[in-house]
Write a protein of this length. Structure first.
Length: 383
């Protein structure tokens, strides 16, 4: 029965609103004379003089209004709503049949009132939308998740995963990719011994293959193809090269994920606006944006954030989307996609440890460098 009511929710919401309005009017209509008589009895019982004429009417109206308003709000609004929120299924089963009966009896009035209201809205160019047609925006859903986490109905891992889903549609390939400075590739002219050295040292399963430099990636090398080659076969890296998937760095992360799924690829080469290699993007990188880090037996423990002496430190590779949503940093928009890129742009030269980049609400202090790349920053918020 409850499911049947939910399928026609607008009708029963209208019936509820009509019932509340009728009850309020009835209380006001009946309550004034009833309470006036009760006040007369109470005053007479304690030996006080009973007002007459206009004074009697004014006193009765004021006292009746206060008492009826109190009873209506406490017992007609707050208590039933709180009870319904606490045990919604029990309340729904209890009230659904009387509500359906009232909605059936009041259906002509509901139809007339809704029709009149809808015509007025259309006169102003507004298309009416029922309560059941309301769709939560991503911001509303994010707020719901935050409230559920604060009240303990969602644990930390579940809320983090949902937050990752909300953030995912805002990210571009450049926000998720491994930047060129961290890419390990193979030269097409590499010998068998050189390939062996790279495989033993890096422990990756896939490598971009290039001619001359990383701006000219010609394909992808899979380590498993190397392990499964025929023994004694003459080695030429070109025979192991598979076709690469290329995507622009501006492509939305969710579309990049679709590209990888459709082509059954696990690695894509990310190109910048000039056609050069900006980095690489793997299926694991995209999945980790939603569910968090996936560490295998060869992963080095790397954290995007940690506490040092009670002060927050963030990785320079942290995307601006995560910096704003997860750590509430009010970094302005610009030509940077990572926290380290913002610091680099604000400092105006290759940063050094101890350099600071201001942002609205504080400063970012460089605490670690990896060559010319900002590896870690300390967040110094203003009081």
């Amino acid at each position: 029965v409850v499911k049947a009511a939910l399928r026609n929710l607008d009708r029963y919401i209208s019936a509820t609103q009509l019932g509340i309005t009728l009850a309020s009017l009835a209380l006001g209509w009946i309550g004034e004379p009833a309470l006036a008589a009760l006040i007369d009895i109470m005053l007479g019982a304690v030996g006080l003089p009973i007002p007459t004429g206009a004074a009697h009417s004014v006193a009765a109206i004021v006292v009746a209004f206060v008492i009826i308003t109190f009873l209506h709000i406490v017992f007609g609004e707050l208590t039933p709503k709180s009870f319904a929120l606490a045990v919604p299924e029990r309340v729904a089963k209890l009230v659904v049949r009387p509500l359906m009966a009232f909605a059936w009896l009041a259906s002509p009035g509901i139809w007339f009132l809704n029709g009149t209201a809808n015509r007025i809205l259309r006169r102003f160019g507004i298309e009416p939308m029922g309560e059941s047609g309301h769709v939560h925006s991503p911001e509303e859903l994010r707020l719901i998740v935050m409230q559920a986490r604060a009240h303990g109905t969602l644990d930390e891992s579940d809320s983090a995963m949902l937050a990752g889903v909300f953030d995912f549609h805002e990210k571009r390939a450049r926000d998720v990719m491994r930047p060129r400075t961290g890419v390990v590739g193979l030269d097409i002219e590499s010998t068998e011994e050189e390939v062996w050295d790279v495989l033993r040292r890096e422990r990756y399963s896939r490598y971009p293959v290039y001619e001359e430099n990383l701006d000219n990636v010609i394909g992808v090398f899979l380590a498993k193809d190397f392990w499964l080659r025929d023994a004694g076969e003459a080695f030429t890296l070109a025979t192991f090269v598979r076709e690469a998937l290329y995507i622009p760095d501006s492509r939305r992360a969710e579309l990049a994920l679709d590209d990888l799924r459709k082509t059954r690829a696990h690695l894509a080469v990310v190109l910048d606006e000039y056609g050069g290699t900006a980095g690489i993007l793997t299926l694991e990188d995209l999945v980790e944006e939603v569910i968090g880090d996936i560490n295998d037996e060869y992963d080095i423990a790397a954290r995007e954030a940690f506490e040092s002496d009670g002060v927050l430190e963030l990785a320079g590779s942290l995307s601006m989307v995560d910096a704003r949503s997860d750590y509430r940093l009010t970094i302005p928009e610009g030509d940077w996609s990572t926290l380290g890129g913002y610091a680099f742009a604000r400092i105006g030269r290759v940063p050094k440890i101890g350099d600071r980049a201001p942002f609205p609400g504080g400063e970012l202090e460089v605490v670690a460098m990896d060559g010319r790349r900002v590896a870690a920053l300390r967040v110094l918020r203003t009081a």
